[in-house]
Structure formats: C-alpha cells, structure tokens
Design a protein around this ligand. Structure first.
Ligand SMILES: Cc1cc2nc3c(=O)[nH]c(=O)nc-3n(C[C@H](O)[C@H](O)[C@H](O)COP(=O)(O)OP(=O)(O)OC[C@H]3O[C@@H](n4cnc5c(N)ncnc54)[C@H](O)[C@@H]3O)c2cc1C
Length: 410
C-alpha cells in the first residue's frame, strides 16, 4: 500500500538496512520522496567483503555497491552523502544535519549502524585503524600489499577474518586477545579454543589473556608493549575490539543512544520513527527482550520490515538470528541464541575442520554452529525453530496508530 505525502521518508544512515528499506518502499509502490542521508561519501555498499575480497585486493569499491547510480536515479531515491544526522525533533518531524540543514519527514528510519570502539592508546597513529568502512579497507589493503607484520587487537570475527586474509597474502600476523578463550561467553570454550587452534595452524601467533599496555612510534606505531613486558614490532595495527551503536546523535529525542529499542517491525516508541540494523535493539520474541545483533541477515531483514511497516503492513515475527564468517576457505555459520545453553554437543571432526555444534538448554536445541557444512544449516534452523513451536511466541508492538497510511495513492 502506498500513500501520498510531501515529505516522504527520510533515512538517516546509508548502509544495508537503509538500502533495504528504500528498496522495499519502491518495490511496493511508495511514490513519495525517499532520501538517504549518509556520513560517508559513498553510495550504499556491502560490508562483509571488506575483510575478505576487498582486503585481499580481489574486489574494489565498485564491486561492493548494492546498486549502481542509475538505480537511485530510476527509483527517485535521493542520496545526500557526506552529511551526518546530528539530531531530530520528533514533534516537528525534522532531522537536523551537521550543516544545519533540516529535513522534514512523514516517516523517519534511523539506520546509522555501529561505530568501532576505539583504543585511546592507539588513536592518532596513522597505521592503527579499525575495519568498518571502504576507506578503512583501503588502508588495510595497502598494509597487506606491503607484506609486513600486522597486529590485530581482538579475536572477534572481524579480527579473525582479517587474520585469515592477511595470512593468505603471506603477511606475518599476531592477534592480541584479552580473554583467555575468545568468544567463549557466546560460543562456548570448546569452540573458542578451536578458533584459536585454527589460526595457530595457519601460522598466526595468537596471544590470549594478553593486554596492551602501551604503543610507541613517531606518527606510526612501531612497537606495542603488552602487560608483562613483551614487545611486538608492527607495521600496521587493526583494532577489532567491537562496535557500539552509532546513535549518540539521538540523545535528547526520547530514544536511547545505547541502542534504539523497537518492536520487530522496527517501530520505536516515537510515532513515525523507526530504527533498523546494528543501531537498533529489536524485541526478540524468543528471548522476551530487546536484543541487538550486529549481523548482515538481521540488518537486511529489519530494513525490509521497517519499510513494510511504514506502508501499514505487519511483518511476521523475525527468523532466528544468524551469521556467517569466511576464513581460510571455510564457511562458519551460526543460527539461534547460544546464550544460556547448558549443553554443547559436537558432531564431526573439529580437527578436520568439518563439524557442527548443537547448543541445548534443558535438553532443547537453542543454537547451532556449522563448520564447512553449509547444507546442514537449514536443517539446524528447522530443528531449533521447532523447539519454539507450541510456545507462545511473545509479541511486542508499540501503539503507533499514527503510523498507519493516511491516504492510499490513487
Ligand atoms: C568488515 C566487516 C565484515 C563483516 N562481515 C560479516 C559477515 O561475514 N557476516 C555477517 O553476518 N555480518 C558481517 N558484518 C556485519 C554487517 O556488515 C553489518 O551487520 C551490517 O552492515 C549492518 O548494517 P547497517 O545498515 O545497520 O549499518 P552499516 O552498514 O554500518 O551502515 C550505517 C551507515 O550509516 C552511516 N552513519 C553513521 N552515523 C551516521 C550519521 N550520524 N548520519 C548519517 N550517516 C551515518 C555510516 O557511515 C554507515 O555508512 C561485517 C561487518 C564488517 C564491518
């Protein structure tokens, strides 16, 4: 269903969730203006290839764009690039930009994603950077092409993928991880140890339970010192210590800058304001809570759901969250909620890099991880979904009758 309007939809943020929302609106016949405001100078692009093909030099910025320039022109989606959303007035239905422009909206989507957490001791060094944007990927590519010693701080999935890509380029890699077993709290100790072994087998030096104490160099980090005194020489440092919602700019609007709570249609507590993707905390009907995910699948689905909800549709409850990671030619996939699992069953040969892990809680499957078994994921998903069948799946929808379409397009 479409509606007639002057102001139309404004989307703050120009990544995956933003793109999916704009596509959904146009596909379903919405004819009013759609404007995407993005802090980056780039038209919307896909991030997963940044740590894989773009870092390896087998894909460039053009290859990762969701759509070419003609698509935006043909679909009348206006891109306002290089501009930041700086605030909003929900009563006046205005978005403030960093150049003092004000954009009026009928419906607003907040899709500003997440920003990498910083390590203050490394800020200011030209060769220490996170990996979130195409510009970051360009710096990483240059560092890898130089063949060098790369230090990665943090053994999360981004750090792991960078390590895998760098090793394939013949770069010497050290990972510095503060935890004794990376990702143990999410995936369990056994899987965390397997991840460490995988990288060590590929020639990565993985230092666990290791804390950075200081960084030295003249404009560029040349040497890192760990607590305990060990020194690491380096040519570049990738900081992969997690991300936080890029939502400081909503402070004072009534929304939470620590992650914007929504129902599963993306509606926030403010009429006409939606949020989707890494910036949001949608209500998860299985966990009875608002939960933030930082994965492609969720951002894509949430962007579509928000677009549909703007048109008055009620999306179905969300699928189980899932993600994938590609390392050393292996595809690692995960589905469900392993938090709170009290039993972990491993099936297959972890040493052969061919296995799956089923996470159970009180005998009920709640999550699964597969390694190099892409065909198993759908069956795992069905198994876990079926364990929720018969349970009342909780729903939470905000009372937002003013979001209903005011007028159908002729
Ligand atoms: C290197 C990398 C590899 C990844 N690999 C995988 C993977 O293999 N599998 C997987 O499931 N997930 C992966 N992800 C995660 C996935 O890409 C993200 O979950 C997804 O991009 C989130 O989409 P989003 O639209 O919410 O945010 P983003 O894609 O981050 O887009 C948000 C956009 O908003 C802009 N912005 C920020 N603040 C403002 C502001 N105030 N005003 C205007 N614009 C603003 C940002 O510059 C950005 O362009 C990866 C992420 C990265 C960074």
């Amino acid at each position: 269903m479409s509606r007639r309007s002057e102001a139309g939809v404004v989307i703050a943020g120009g990544g995956l969730a933003a793109q999916r929302c704009a596509e959904t609106l146009r596909k379903r016949g919405f004819e009013a203006p759609v404007r995407i405001v993005c802090a980056e100078d780039e038209a919307p692009y896909d991030r997963p290839p940044l740590s894989k093909d773009v870092a390896a030099g087998t894909a460039d910025g053009e290859a990762v764009r969701f759509r070419d320039a003609d698509w935006y022109a043909d679909n009348a989606v206006e891109l306002i690039l290089g501009r930041r959303a700086a605030g909003l007035d929900p009563d006046a239905r205005e978005l403030f930009l960093d150049d003092d422009t004000r954009l009026g909206w009928d419906e607003l989507l907040i899709a500003t994603g997440a920003a990498p957490r910083e390590l203050p001791m490394l800020s200011g060094f030209a060769n220490a950077f996170p990996l979130r944007t195409l510009a970051d990927a360009g710096r990483l590519r240059a560092a890898l092409a130089g063949g060098s010693h790369l230090v990665i701080v943090g053994a999360g999935f981004i750090g792991q993928e960078v390590a895998a890509t760098a090793r394939r380029q013949g770069v010497e890699v050290t990972i510095v991880e503060a935890l004794d077993v990376p990702l143990a709290g999410i995936l369990g100790e056994r899987v965390g140890r397997w991840i460490v072994d995988l990288h060590r087998d590929e020639g990565v030096r993985v230092l666990t339970g290791a804390m950075l104490e200081s960084a030295a160099g003249n404009g560029r980090v040349e040497e890192l010192t760990l607590a305990g005194g060990e020194k690491l020489e380096c040519d570049a440092v990738v900081v992969g210590v997690g991300v936080a919602p890029a939502a400081a700019w909503v402070a004072g609007s009534g929304l939470d800058p620590a992650g914007i709570a929504t129902d599963y249609a993306g509606r926030t507590g403010l009429p006409h304001v939606y949020a989707a993707g890494d910036v949001s905390r949608p209500f998860d009907p299985r966990l009875f809570d608002h939960v933030r995910t930082e994965h492609w699948d969720a951002a894509s689905r949430q962007g579509v759901a928000a677009g549909a909800a703007m048109l008055g549709e009620t999306p179905r409850p969300p699928a189980l969250p899932s993600f994938w990671s590609d390392q050393y030619g292996l595809r690692i996939q995960y589905v469900g909620h392993a938090e709170g699992a009290d039993e972990i069953r491993v099936c297959g040969e972890p040493g052969e890099r061919d296995f799956h892990v089923l996470y159970q809680c009180a005998g009920t499957p709640v999550a699964a991880l597969t390694v190099d078994r892409p065909r198993e994921l759908a069956a795992m998903r069905r198994l876990i979904e079926s364990s929720y069948e018969g349970d009342a799946v909780a729903t939470e929808t905000y009372e937002t009758p003013t979001n209903a379409p005011e007028e159908a397009m002729p």
